[in-house]
Ligand binder design. Structure first.
Ligand code: G3P
Ligand code: CA
Length: 250
């Protein structure tokens, strides 16, 4: 599996394009994903949810309204309907005609791509729908390129039981919770992804336990400098190309 190696203070960890290269192309679409790869990101992050007829698709929100020309909750509409939608024109005229990708389309692309996937399961996922995503990952032979993550620890727990071969990370808002090493181990995860910098002691304890920390969603050079000085294992950013250039000059 694509678990990154040890990062020391003063080293930039892996670079993860948030929702693809979402400062350059509409989030969670193929143009954003392709641009993350072209920019030299190590991973791209995407959000997945599923349609009423059980097709896993890329979408951040519960509803289609913000990022497509459609409307309604993704759980209430069919894949046939989603395929008719435009997921690019809201972002800019050059992206007119961009579609909502199915998860399968992304996995098909990933087979030959020079990038890894940080896969966020949004909302709730009954086991049969989790199994659909597992079957697709196996069908396309891309298990070794994927780390799963979710704010919903129950999803991570069930995923880990159904598919222990797939590494997973807990996702949390804010700083790291108390007893973080025990928590991550309890859920059988390889690490945890907070939205703010860990303390040096917390990070050291996690590293000593062999666990990883990716921090989201960090878009400023001052944040990149702080996280690199600490030695976090990955930085999730809307600006993966800029972070790549910044880290090469660091
Ligand atoms: O990867 C972490 C980050 O994506 C979580 O927040 O709302 O952007 O999905 P959100
Ligand atoms: Ca996300």
């Amino acid at each position: 599996p694509c678990i990154p190696g040890t990062v020391n203070p003063g080293q930039t960890g892996v670079i993860i394009g948030h929702r693809g290269y979402s400062s350059r192309a509409p989030e969670n679409t193929m143009p954003a994903i392709e641009r993350a790869e072209q920019a030299g990101a190590d991973y791209f992050e995407i959000d997945i949810d599923y349609t009423a007829d059980g097709v896993p698709v890329l979408l951040h929100d519960d509803t289609l309204d913000r990022t497509t020309d459609g409307t309604g909750r993704i759980h209430d509409v069919t894949w046939d309907y989603v395929q008719t939608l435009d997921a690019g024109s809201w972002y800019g005229p050059e992206f007119v005609g961009t579609k909502v990708p199915s998860f399968e389309e992304v996995l098909d692309w990933l087979q030959d791509a020079d990038i890894h996937l940080l896969l966020e399961y949004k909302g709730d996922w009954p086991n049969p729908y989790l199994q659909t995503t597992i079957d697709l990952i196996e069908q396309y032979g891309v298990r070794g390129k994927i780390i799963a993550q979710s704010f919903n620890f129950d999803i991570e727990d069930r995923l880990n039981r159904l598919y222990p071969e797939l590494p997973g990370m807990l996702l949390v808002g804010g700083s790291l919770p108390a007893s973080v090493v025990d928590l991550v181990k309890q859920y059988g995860q390889i690490g945890i992804n907070p939205s703010s910098a860990p303390g040096p002691e917390e990070l050291r304890a996690l590293h000593e336990a062999g666990l990883k920390v990716f921090v989201w969603t960090q878009n400023s050079a001052s944040a990149w400098a702080n996280l690199t000085a600490l030695g976090v294992d990955g930085i999730i950013t809307d600006y993966p190309g800029e972070l790549r250039e910044w880290s090469e000059a660091y």
